[in-house]
Write a protein that binds this ligand. Structure first.
Ligand code: GUN
Ligand code: ZN
Length: 660
């Protein structure tokens, strides 16, 4: 049974831990393709581990099988001995050679049995490779054959099994294939895409990945066969790919080509030391360019490998930081084909929404395409619904807003009529009460730098507001209170629904940070019931959770805890995926939720790591991180307790050359 644990996430990407008999793999991971013949490796597999920290690789079981001397050693001593590599070894079945050469002389049972005998950690079913140009009938026939082979292989193999996903360019077949692979596979290996990758057909690749995503088992790592160019790693990870494999590092080297995340460079044109990687620091590329080609090749191959590993590390770090969309957009600037691929992905934002985190530390504009990110589109559509039944407001430019003087905004005119304010933001007109929410709150965009600074001065803003001839406003100090009430009421509405906001707002009082003026807490008496996070969302303490629990009908905002885990969650331990019975489908990763027993007794409150549809389907790891429970009623994790603590997160902090 597959053991895959999700630790952090961004987009559809997962930072995970995938256990194999030869050690765990930190995902997303690049498995370099290593030739089974040591004579044909630019760097021996044993050295890959020692010099580059490689813990997992992929090799061809088929080539091993059809080459008698290799086959003999593999069958006698095992594939790890043949490669002199003690990390995880995934083996491929020969489907690609079948595609490349028209036929292979091995059957599906034979090659599966061989992978079993040589001790492969992850064996791959011999699938029927389907061309992107295949007809629907051809693709369907190939898919049916692949599905039969997957079923037979599962029955024959107890160890980890990679089940290929084919289906050509057809969304219906890709979805069917993803379901069939998910029913039996431990690794779900999306295949038939090498021609798309080689020909930079990223738009079609995005369509394939979007078609398979909803049907893939979220509890199994997803492999993408042939993702070799580092410029595509962020793109693939964003689509939920956990494992890349590629021989590109070697293939490109043989043609005198250097890989970089922002493109490919021919060594013959290099006259400068354009790379500072570990290898090129010792032997600069302008020197390498003067060597005869056979001497260049190993250097290029290892440079390509190093650069590729570094890019995967950047992808993993970006997942931790919540900046993977930014990285993918930066990489997409490398080639219009990649940009077209990213646009195709954002054309179906609903593919991303179920797993798209509720908020992030920052939203940094990279290009005009940034506004198409699913989180931005989701926010805009929620704002539209939010303002549907309220009168049109007056507009303030968002760049003129700072939290410390938001509280000076008048809410009623002298005739006691409510004044609604909207901020003009890069995402359109947004009610002022919601402007601290992700993505508009921590939005860092071009506009901020294009408008004159004078615009930003608080005094200027006050004059602007006070001087408005259409606004006969009373500048009395109680504005602050009425504004605060209106703001937190809107935030409760946004997060938990209008009925909750109407019921709870009169009982609560807002507290602002003395230092920044930001709304920090909602209290009743002296007890905090909600703490406003850096993302602007009111997160319940245990007392707040009790209020929500009483106000919201059963099911809403709930995650139901299995009986066995109840005592642990009650004491504040996180809820593990396999003990999560069900969850409100309206929740997304990062949402605050109520953890309840099957009879709806409230145990704790916490924040989702997994999306509702993933809970129970990953058999390892945390589903909900508990933040508060009865005996520790205030949130501990996720939200700073100190109301005057410096603001962590937000666009400015994250940016060393930011405006503050
Ligand atoms: N290597 C590259 N593409 C494929 C594929 O579609 N299936 C298998 N098994 N290996 C591949
Ligand atoms: Zn280099």
């Amino acid at each position: 049974m597959v053991e895959f644990e999700l630790l952090e996430r961004d987009g559809l990407a997962r930072l995970g831990r995938f256990a194999t008999p030869h050690g765990a793999i930190a995902t997303p991971a690049l498995l370099p393709v290593v030739h089974p013949d040591p004579e044909r490796q630019p760097c021996p597999a044993s050295e890959l581990r020692d010099r580059f920290g490689v813990r997992a690789l992929i090799t061809s079981a088929y080539i091993t099988w059809r080459t008698p001397p290799l086959r003999e050693v593999a069958e006698r001593d095992g594939i790890h001995k043949l490669l002199r590599f003690d990390g995880a070894v995934m083996t491929d079945s020969g489907a690609f050679q079948q595609h490349a050469y028209g036929t292979v002389e091995v059957g599906p049972e034979e090659i599966l049995g061989f992978q079993e005998r040589i001790g492969s950690d992850i064996a791959t079913v011999l699938d029927v490779f389907t061309e992107p140009e295949a007809s629907h009938d051809e693709a369907e026939a190939a898919l049916n054959a692949t599905t039969d082979r997957i079923r037979a292989a599962r029955a024959a193999r107890p160890g980890l099994l990679a089940a290929p996903v084919q289906g050509g360019p057809f969304a219906d077949l890709r979805a069917r294939s993803a379901l069939a692979a998910s029913a039996a596979g431990d690794v779900l290996a999306v295949g038939g895409v090498v021609p798309l990758l080689e020909q930079y057909r990223f738009r079609e690749l995005a369509q394939v990945l979007s078609a398979v995503r909803p049907s893939l088992n979220p509890g199994a790592p997803v492999h993408l066969f042939g993702t070799g160019h580092p410029m595509a790693f962020a793109f693939a990870a964003l689509h939920g790919v956990d494992l890349f494999d590629s021989s590109a590092y070697h293939k490109f080297a043989r043609r005198g080509k250097l890989l970089f995340p922002d493109g490919t460079v021919a060594i013959e044109s290099v006259r400068e030391g354009i790379c500072g990687c570990r290898l090129c620091a010792k032997l600069p590329l302008d020197r390498v360019a003067t060597l005869p080609p056979p001497e260049q090749e190993p250097h290029l191959a290892l440079h390509n490998l190093l650069v590729s590993f570094e890019e995967v590390a950047l992808v993993r770090q970006a997942i931790r930081d919540g900046t993977l969309w930014e990285l993918a957009e930066r990489r997409a600037a490398v080639h219009p084909a990649l940009r077209a691929g990213l646009r195709a992905a954002t054309a179906t934002p609903e593919t991303f929404w179920p797993a798209e985190p509720e908020s992030r530390r920052a939203f940094r504009e990279v290009s005009v395409d940034s506004l198409r990110r699913p989180s931005a589109v989701r926010f805009v559509s929620r704002v539209r619904a939010f303002v549907a039944d309220r009168p049109l407001g007056r507009e303030i430019p968002a760049v003129a807003l700072r939290p410390e003087y938001l509280s000076r905004i008048p809410t009623r005119d002298r005739s006691d009529r409510a004044i609604h304010w909207n901020a003009t933001t890069p995402l359109g007109s947004v009610p002022l009460e919601l402007t601290e929410l992700y993505p508009v709150g921590p939005y860092l965009g071009l506009e901020e730098y294009e408008l004159p600074r004078a615009h930003l001065a608080p005094a200027q803003l006050s004059r602007n507001l006070a001087g408005r001839p259409d606004l006969d406003a009373d500048l009395a100090p109680d504005w602050t209170d009425s504004w605060t009430v209106r703001q937190f009421r809107a935030l409760l509405d946004w997060a938990y629904g209008r009925a909750v906001a109407v019921r709870l707002a009169p009982e609560l009082r807002g507290e602002r940070s003395r230092r920044t003026g930001r709304l920090r807490k909602l209290v009743r008496g002296a007890a905090p019931h909600f703490v406003v996070g850096d993302d602007g969302l009111p997160r319940p303490t245990f007392r707040g959770a009790e209020l929500l629990h009483a106000e919201l009908e059963p099911g809403r905002l709930r995650v139901v805890v299995a009986d066995d885990a109840v005592p642990f969650v009650r004491e504040g331990r996180s809820l593990f995926s396999r003990f999560a019975l069900s969850a409100d489908p309206g929740l997304v990763p990062g949402s605050s939720a109520l953890l309840v027993t099957r009879s709806d007794e409230l145990l704790a409150t916490g924040r989702l790591l997994l999306a509702p549809h993933e809970m129970g389907r990953l058999n390892r790891g945390v589903a909900v991180r508990v933040t508060a429970h009865r005996s520790r009623p205030d949130p501990s994790g996720g939200v700073p307790a100190d109301d005057d603590s410096p603001r962590s997160g937000g666009s400015d902090d994250a940016d060393p050359i930011g405006p503050e």
